[in-house]
Design a protein around this ligand. Structure first.
Ligand code: SF4
Length: 265
């Protein structure tokens, strides 16, 4: 069973890191869109959010998944190292990677010992500035080269309606990463009728402008490719009838979130 809250991490000896066990959903050998270059992707099992558009609901369940050690995963990843070039490396995603912060810390510390670039793909929901969790997150971020951070909705109530949680901890995490000067790529899934209106996009842009570490903003069109998984798992998909955004809607969002044209007006 995965722990619900991160615990104090007491040891970071390389030998201990190698033996640390994570609960894994799956791996992919050649990721091309989850960080710079070609990357080995590790999807962790477990997520507490319930995003209505999630295309991986099979990663939600806590207490499922395969147990793998840091050594097993990195030895496998390094078989593909020749394809990574100067930019690639590993990306840990989910599910929600921050539900296993001690494991990801051990994985990233050992990756750095081997000279491997580390990226963390997260929605940020487990983040907390309360101890003992905060010390664990600090150590994890110290060994993270890049964070791919999802911003799902800037309004707390709308965020709760879309994901089951408000966004306070996620925005706190974004501010913390800015204080720590950790490079961040923002990911924003554009869902027509949910988070594509001008006011929401301008508020989001204003928040991003308050941060000092955003290297890139990616707007991803909502899609329905994972709906079959909801059906297979017996879950009710509540965005039935919502269509992917058209190019004009995508461009309007880019103009605000990336180019800042409308926000300036
Ligand atoms: S945070 Fe990610 S894995 Fe979790 S429900 Fe949302 S989209 Fe799915």
């Amino acid at each position: 069973m995965l722990s619900q809250e991160p615990a104090i991490n007491s040891c970071n000896h390389p030998e201990d890191n190698l033996k640390k066990v994570g609960i894994i959903h799956s791996t992919e050998s050649f990721g091309a869109v989850d960080g710079p270059g070609i990357r080995f992707l590790i999807f962790l099992q477990g997520c507490r959010m319930r995003c209505r558009y999630c295309h991986n609901p099979d990663t939600w369940a806590l207490g499922e998944g395969q147990q793998k050690t840091v050594k097993e995963l990195l030895d496998k990843a390094e078989r593909y190292r020749t394809y990574w070039g100067s930019k690639g490396g590993i990306t840990v995603s989910g599910g929600e990677a921050l539900l296993q912060p001690e494991f990801v810390t051990a994985l990233f510390e050992e990756s750095h010992r081997r000279g491997i670039h580390t990226a963390l793909d997260t929605a940020g929901e487990p983040f907390s500035k309360q101890e003992p969790a905060f010390s664990t997150f600090q150590r994890l971020i110290d060994s993270t080269d890049l964070v791919l951070l999802d911003i799902k909705h800037i309004d707390p109530a709308a965020h709760k309606s879309l994901t089951g949680h408000d966004n306070q901890k996620i925005l706190d995490f974004a501010r913390y990463l800015s204080e720590k000067k950790v490079p961040v790529w923002i990911r924003y899934v554009l869902v027509p009728g949910i988070n594509d209106d001008r006011e929401t996009l301008i508020k989001t842009r204003t928040f991003l402008d308050s941060l000092t570490n955003i290297e890139q903003v990616d707007i991803l069109p909502y899609h329905t490719l994972g709906v079959y998984k909801w059906e297979e798992l017996g879950y009710t998909y509540t965005l039935q009838g919502v269509n992917p955004p058209d190019e004009e809607t995508m461009q309007k969002a880019r103009n605000i979130l990336i180019k800042n044209e409308e926000a300036a007006g």
